[in-house]
Design a protein around this ligand. Structure first.
Ligand SMILES: [Zn+2]
Length: 478
């Protein structure tokens, strides 16, 4: 390589001096007398016991992020990638990681001021790849992740429920989805008392549950998959109001809905053969004279009565009805995404998200998909006896316990009451929706976590899903 790139001799000398400490670093040089900056990345060591020369996906993505951060400081108009000394399959993984990092790091979050922003590169070229590679999926994942990051970063007075509904209508036209908006009167007719209990505290009457339908194989097909997302536009905590520090970033509490939407978009772009429903529960959680209160008893759309214990546990309330409504069409698999509990962040930090399923047999697969995608998750138990902590004297179920102990598990147990019996279900408690220091290849702020994970689960493991959670997702071919 040094012979082919003679201008890099000084860099070669530097690497010699650094010795082993050069691995996993991004080093800068200039190519000859031209003004082409070169960032040389020396791959971190492979994971012990693995049969690949590459580190695990999370580490690889993190490394790609650091490499790309260095490249982008030059504000290049175009970026070229050369992978050297790596076999064909691994070269494709590296290319995909670098392109993902370029997509994530060139993304500009919404800003509302006049400013000169660094120009994103207009062109990315891969040189001398040992084989033809397709980046179609990588690009769909970038688009999905950045959609989540954009929506999540928007302030709550910009992404109002009305603005969100209008945006969904536009995306539905663009993507060929059916779009239905269940407003408050429609939800009252459906008996969605749990969602409406939260929405009744809003100043306006624009809350609702959105339903988007992607049907590649004909209009009437039964859904293979229902995606469900928590879209709390802003969470004040409600009557049990949060303190200022904990409320500060609560415009991000709609992240789960954005992940559901972005997964639907990615599946559509990639022409997935799956029939997909996407349900988004969109409302604020406000305090005020009409807001719901502790010990209120409400009835959800599946007839289950709930005793309210803490108004800041609004996520499980709006998801309860949304899961129950999504379940009426008998999807073969349900997956929900929610920034649901602080307990999950306490347990895992923001590096991992929590994963739950009513099929224990899926746990191993769910962990593996996290490792493969670099979006790491860890399962929690949800045995039946946890329900003892949700017992109510007046209703079928209490919303949460007053102690807060293992709240992420109790929240999952609560949600399960609204998933139709016999339907395989996966619940992601998005502890990693935002992280100040970034995560993997994504810089600090909203991470877009969940999109890549779910695309990997559905595209790479359809057969495993079918086998482990029968009768899920018979992969159909068009
Ligand atoms: Zn809350």
């Amino acid at each position: 390589m040094w012979r082919e790139l003679p201008g890099l001799k000084p860099l070669q000398a530097r690497i010699r001096r650094l010795g082993k400490t050069a691995t996993g670093r991004a080093l800068r040089g200039m190519l000859g007398t031209s003004s082409t900056a070169v960032t040389l990345g020396l791959l971190p060591a492979a994971t012990e016991g693995s049969n690949s020369d590459l580190p695990n996906t999370f580490k690889l993505l993190k490394f790609a992020g650091e490499l790309v951060a260095d490249v982008l400081t030059e504000e290049p108009r175009s970026v070229g990638l050369i992978v050297h000394g790596i076999d064909a399959g691994d070269a494709a993984r590296i290319a995909s990681a670098v392109v993902l990092a370029l997509g994530a790091r060139s993304f500009q979050p919404p800003a509302f001021r006049k400013e000169k922003r660094p120009a994103a590169p207009r062109k990315v070229q891969l040189f001398d790849m040992p084989q033809e590679i397709s980046l179609q999926r990588t690009l769909a994942e970038i688009e999905g992740g950045n959609l989540v990051r954009w929506l999540t970063a928007l302030p709550a007075n910009k992404l109002t429920a009305t603005a969100y509904r209008e945006l969904l209508a536009t995306l539905a036209v663009k993507n060929g989805w059916d779009f239905e908006w269940l407003d408050e009167p429609a939800l009252a007719k459906l008996g969605a008392g749990a969602f409406l209990a939260v929405a009744q505290g809003n100043a306006g009457r624009d809350a609702g549950i959105a339903r988007l339908r992607y049907r590649p194989g004909g209009k009437s097909a039964r859904p293979d998959l229902a995606l469900v997302g928590k879209g709390i536009i802003f969470d004040t905590g409600g009557t049990n109001t949060k303190g200022a520090v904990h409320m500060l970033d609560m415009h991000t509490d709609m992240s789960g809905s954005a992940v559901s939407l972005a997964v639907l978009q990615a599946l559509t772009t990639l022409e997935s053969p799956l029939a997909v429903d996407c349900w988004l529960a969109i409302t604020e959680n406000r305090s005020g004279p009409n807001a719901y209160k502790q010990r209120d008893v409400i009835t959800a759309s599946n007839g289950v009565t709930v005793e309210v214990m803490h108004t800041d546990a609004e996520g499980r309330m709006v998801l309860a009805d949304t899961l129950a409504l999504a379940g009426r069409d008998k999807p073969r698999l349900m997956i929900d995404f929610a920034t649901l509990t602080g307990a999950c962040v306490h347990a895992l930090s923001e590096r991992y998200s929590g994963i739950f399923s009513n099929r224990d047999s899926l746990h191993e697969l769910l962990i593996r998909v996290g490792r493969e995608s670099g979006e790491r998750v860890w399962p929690f138990p949800m045995d039946e006896d946890f329900d003892d902590d949700l017992k109510s004297k007046v209703a079928d179920i209490g919303q949460c316990s007053s102690s807060g102990e293992a709240d992420q598990i109790l929240a999952a147990r609560f949600l399960q009451r609204f998933v139709p019996e016999g339907t395989p279900w996966i619940h992601m408690d998005l502890a990693s929706a935002t992280r100040k220091d970034g995560l993997g290849h994504v810089p600090g702020g909203c991470t877009g976590f969940g999109v890549r994970y779910t695309v990997a689960l559905l595209l790479d493991h359809a057969a495993d899903l079918h086998e482990l959670a029968s009768p899920v997702m018979q992969p159909r071919h068009r």
